[in-house]
Design a protein. Structure first.
Length: 94
């Protein structure tokens, strides 16, 4: 499985906004083609979010649709929760 950072994901793929809400993420899979190579699932893993190719059910937060197709399984580290940075930010504010 290929791994990408959020910046690498953004450079390779263009997210198609939800036509109803205008948001990049879609909270439900209703009406989505679960076999599409444009579909990504956002999953929560210990507070960090990852965009995974295809349709997944466990720990899902939402879905993305991209203009470009994915050709192999990809895991994109997306919106990482970095507790070290959070602690440093709090110390800087003190």
């Amino acid at each position: 499985m290929q791994q990408l950072t959020e910046d690498e994901f953004d450079a390779r793929f263009t997210v198609v906004p939800d036509p109803v809400t205008g948001d990049d993420t879609r909270p439900f899979d209703q009406g989505l083609d679960k076999t599409s190579r444009h579909l990504w699932t956002i999953v929560d893993a210990d507070g960090d979010l990852y965009a995974l190719t295809g349709w997944h059910y466990v720990n899902r937060v939402g879905y993305l649709i991209t203009e470009q197709t994915w050709e192999e399984e990809i895991e994109a580290k997306w919106f990482l929760c970095n507790s070290d940075e959070d602690e440093n930010d709090e110390k800087d504010r003190s």
